[in-house]
Ligand binder design. Structure first.
Ligand code: AMP
Length: 394
């Protein structure tokens, strides 16, 4: 299967070949034909599966056709809306839109909190073909009559599971109420549980369901291992692993924003330069740090899950769970930051006794125990038992 066989236009094919994409990923091959046929879809997709291109490419293709037919866009109107849960994902999706649409004349914009409202308004005034937005900022713009949905034809909810986890359901409903009934809708989610299906029923008519992945299974090209450790020696174990195993780069996840700053300081004391992104830092700071990390100028980035959601990097070799997340699905999201688009990756977790409950839930979700490694330099005082694999808290 090639992208050309899917029926995408020449300028899009050219951009894909310039991006080094040789063939569609599984989700792209399955989803693109349905979207091109004007069908509504609901798809579950593994993180890193190439899901963004699976909706961006056909939408660009269809908008281009409309522009060629001379369909003009009114000021403050949009043709396509992609809703995402976080600013980072908004930026990432927009970057993909611009990458794939570089030989097209389609206008695009991302709007999200933490940026200048007046700038957003003046950009929207011209009319935008494809708008990427977080729910809160979009509603702000709608209330201020800076954007109208009458001309909207394509509507995507990306990372719907995350939207619900982050409490966006009311905002979503307020947005959906404002959209024209005759539109093509698409929903993407890591999981298709009952809450997502309920949301989908309110949004879509007879959507085609594309369930690609065994639910909640991590990609097989990610090698996962853990080290058990006492809580008070976690930062020295991490420094040890970085030096001993000669790590070039790692995205290190922590649960709380204050732990991020503390860990950066602890690593610094051991001669390891790291920086952090979390909700306590400004948008400009986060972007600067992420770009430095992406370019390889920064080797170690400490991040909270929320701040790192949507950040994309194809060649990230390793993620570290400095502590284990709750809910367990977050573990899958986190480790999905590595091993993207078929590359191999490593996911290392530092597990102390107080992570045990989360470990049980994660391993139950995975359906297997994560391989343990031991380091004699770090004997453990409070041992972490082996999980019970049918552990369910909720
Ligand atoms: P996503 O799951 O949309 O976050 O995509 C994961 C990564 O895969 C991104 O860095 C994309 O640039 C990359 N990617 C998407 N589609 C392809 C493809 N067909 N071939 C190679 N890489 C791809």
């Amino acid at each position: 299967m090639s992208f050309a066989k899917l029926g995408l236009s020449a300028p899009i094919l050219q951009a894909l070949s310039e991006s080094g994409y040789e063939k569609p990923t599984e989700i792209q091959a399955k989803v693109i034909p349905h979207i091109l046929k004007d069908e509504d879809i609901i798809a579950s997709a593994q993180t890193g599966s190439g899901k963004t291109a699976s909706f961006v490419l056909p939408i660009l293709h269809k908008i281009e056709q409309k522009i060629e037919k001379g369909q003009t866009l009114r000021g403050r109107s949009i043709r396509a809306l992609i809703l995402v849960p976080t600013r980072e994902l908004a930026m990432q999706v927009l970057a993909n839109v611009q990458q794939y649409g570089r030989h097209l004349t389609i206008s695009s914009l991302a709007i999200y909190g933490g940026t200048n409202i007046e700038d957003n308004k003046s950009e929207l005034a011209k009319g935008i073909d494809l708008l990427v937005a977080t729910p809160g900022r979009l509603l702000d713009m709608a209330y201020q009559r800076a954007v109208f949905f009458n001309d909207l034809e394509f509507f995507v909810i990306d990372e719907a599971d995350r939207m619900l986890d982050m409490g966006f359901i009311e905002d979503l409903n307020k947005i959906i109420e404002r959209l024209p009934a005759s539109r093509q809708s698409m929903l993407f989610s890591a999981t298709l549980d009952s809450d997502i299906r309920y949301l989908a029923e309110t949004v879509y008519n007879d959507a085609i369901e594309i369930d690609l992945t065994p639910q909640n299974k991590a990609a097989s090209n990610i090698s996962q291992w853990l080290v058990t450790v006492d809580k008070d020696t976690k930062s020295s174990l991490l420094s040890f692993l970085i030096k001993e195993q000669n790590w070039k780069q790692a995205l290190i996840f922590v649960e709380k924003k204050h732990s991020a700053a503390k860990l950066v300081e602890q690593l610094g004391k051991r001669g390891i330069t790291a920086d952090s992104i979390h909700a306590g830092r400004s948008q400009a700071q986060r972007e600067k740090v992420w770009n430095a990390f992406k370019k390889g100028e920064l080797q170690f980035l400490v991040a909270t899950s929320v701040a790192a959601r949507g950040l994309d990097m194809t060649n990230l070799e390793r993620v570290v769970n400095y502590d284990l997340p709750f809910p367990p699905e977050e573990y899958i999201h986190r480790i999905g930051r590595t091993g993207r688009a078929g590359k191999s990756g490593e996911a290392v977790s530092l597990v102390s006794k107080d992570d045990f409950k989360n470990l049980c839930m994660i391993e139950s979700l995975l359906g297997h125990i994560i391989e343990r490694q031991e380091f004699e330099e770090f004997p453990v005082r409070k041992t972490v038992p082996v999980s019970i694999l049918n552990y369910h808290l909720r």
